[in-house]
Design a protein around this ligand. Structure first.
Ligand SMILES: Nc1nc2c(c(=O)[nH]1)N[C@H]1C(S)=C(S)[C@@H](COP(=O)(O)O)O[C@H]1N2
Ligand SMILES: [Mo]
Length: 427
């Protein structure tokens, strides 16, 4: 122990336990005595000698500049132009489950529009007794609910049908976000428009449209519309961002993102599915036998390891390692996630940060020790319907080689001895 460190010397008790633990390889820190003088400990740093920023400098805070790489990213070759396109949530760099709006993926068919609350109108028409038009202020006068839900684009992981394509969980799995929504139930508004929700609603549908040029019209069976759909105007406590549908979007828990109509302008009650572009030529799955499956609404159970992953290499060498990731299911709640280090030969059950919640992201951790050897990392989710996330081979048996959407297969990251990870496929 030098004079430099004397002010910061650990107590004898701390020193002993620290040293013992380090010897056993169980802690990730360095015993203070062994480290030698560390200027960050021993020397007074500039930030302790100067004044910081005043409270008037940042009326609305952004992430600190050192986190400037934690941003949405797009893949240029995916779409012809950025107006009808997609970008990806940096899930590799996030933790917990809530996605900040500022980095939650965007998917637009004709760009994000600026629509003032004053100019906002929502019409309910069709097979209702009392067609109605709501202003934004009107919506705020109905009883509100709060729910956390994930929203996943059906095209998430779609590129991977062709084999391992994109190097990063952000790009393979980042068309998903998870927010706490505040809104009025769709049931409340339909009842206000005179829909007899106790009557015969078999074969009834709602057709929902947005105010943007694409309109993104979708048909939703009445049973789902009355079950848990929300007409939402807040996300994570604040107004929706423009790109997520400000001022009002539809939330369709557990079902494919395309149905979550943004800038919601019209809800028509019908006695048939409209069979719009978005539910016929798009978002439909071609199967192994060449036929196309008509509707695939609920997103099946899925998971991905977010770290380590290609954008999150292991930097610390062997010893304690936290493997973490996200799991979700559109059919209920996640009950269990297993992690494999050997490409699916053996599995260990991960720890769920919290019990899985319905139609929301679940964070899992495997607190483990890395021996410094190569790993083929995989995660496998299970939900409360008993469903187990399939391998890519199992999915291909049903779906053939011609699929784009609804790829919920097990993802593999190959981690080399340097701790770098790469997207690979194991058979
Ligand atoms: N009005 C409108 N709603 C829309 C879209 C759109 O282009 N216009 N895109 C849909 C698609 S394909 C998805 S995956 C989700 C994405 O929601 P986000 O941009 O908030 O992530 O919005 C859906 N709702
Ligand atoms: Mo989508």
């Amino acid at each position: 122990m030098t004079d430099d460190t004397k002010d910061f010397a650990p107590s004898r008790r701390q020193f002993l336990s620290g040293a013992a633990a380090a010897g056993a390889g169980a802690v990730a820190g360095t015993a203070a005595s062994a480290a030698g003088p560390d200027p960050l400990i021993t020397e007074k740093q500039p930030w302790a000698q100067e004044l910081g920023a005043g409270v008037d400098e940042t009326p609305y805070g952004l992430p600190i500049k050192y986190e400037s790489d934690v941003v949405r990213r797009n893949v240029e070759w995916l779409t012809a132009d950025p107006i009808s396109s997609i970008n990806f949530t940096p899930i590799h760099a996030l933790d917990g489950t809530i996605t900040p709006q500022g980095c939650a993926f965007e998917r637009h068919h004709s760009g994000a529009i600026e629509l003032r609350k004053e100019d906002y109108r929502l019409m309910i028409n069709g097979l209702v007794d009392k067609p109605l038009i709501f202003t934004y202020d009107d919506l705020e006068r109905f009883p509100r609910e709060n729910h956390v839900y994930f929203c996943e684009c059906a095209a998430n992981t779609g590129m991977e049908w062709a084999g391992a394509q994109l190097n990063g969980a952000q790009f393979t799995h980042g068309m998903v976000h998870n927010m706490e929504y505040t809104g009025v139930t769709l049931r409340t508004l339909l009842e206000e428009a005179g829909l007899d929700t106790a009557g015969d609603l078999k074969d009834k549908w709602v057709y929902v449209e947005g105010a943007d040029a694409s309109s993104n019209g979708r048909s939703i069976p009445m049973e789902k519309a009355l079950d848990d759909c929300l007409v939402a105007f807040k996300a994570n406590g604040e107004a929706l961002r423009m790109e997520h549908g400000y001022p009002v979007r539809l939330v369709v828990p557990g079902w494919e993102g395309n149905m979550w109509v943004k800038w919601l302008r019209r809800i028509e009650v019908t006695d048939h599915a409209v069979e719009s572009r978005e539910e016929t030529s798009k978002y439909t799955d071609t199967l192994e036998d060449g036929t196309s499956r008509k509707w695939t609404w609920a997103m099946d159970a899925k998971s991905v390891i977010t770290s380590p992953s290609p954008q999150m290499p292991i930097k610390h060498g062997k010893g304690p390692l936290v493997i973490t990731g996200l799991a979700w299911t559109g059919r209920g709640a996640i009950t269990r996630v297993d992690v494999s280090k050997d490409g699916g030969k053996t599995w260990e059950t991960a720890r769920l940060a919290k019990p899985g919640e319905k139609m929301a992201l679940t964070r899992f951790y495997l607190d483990t020790t890395w021996d410094g050897e190569e790993m083929l990392l995989q995660s496998r989710a299970m939900d409360d319907t008993g469903y187990v996330q399939p391998t890519k081979a199992q999915l291909r048996e049903v779906r053939g080689e011609n699929s784009i959407y609804h790829n919920n297969c097990i993802q593999t990251w190959w981690v080399n001895k340097d701790g770098e990870a790469e997207n690979v496929e194991v058979s």
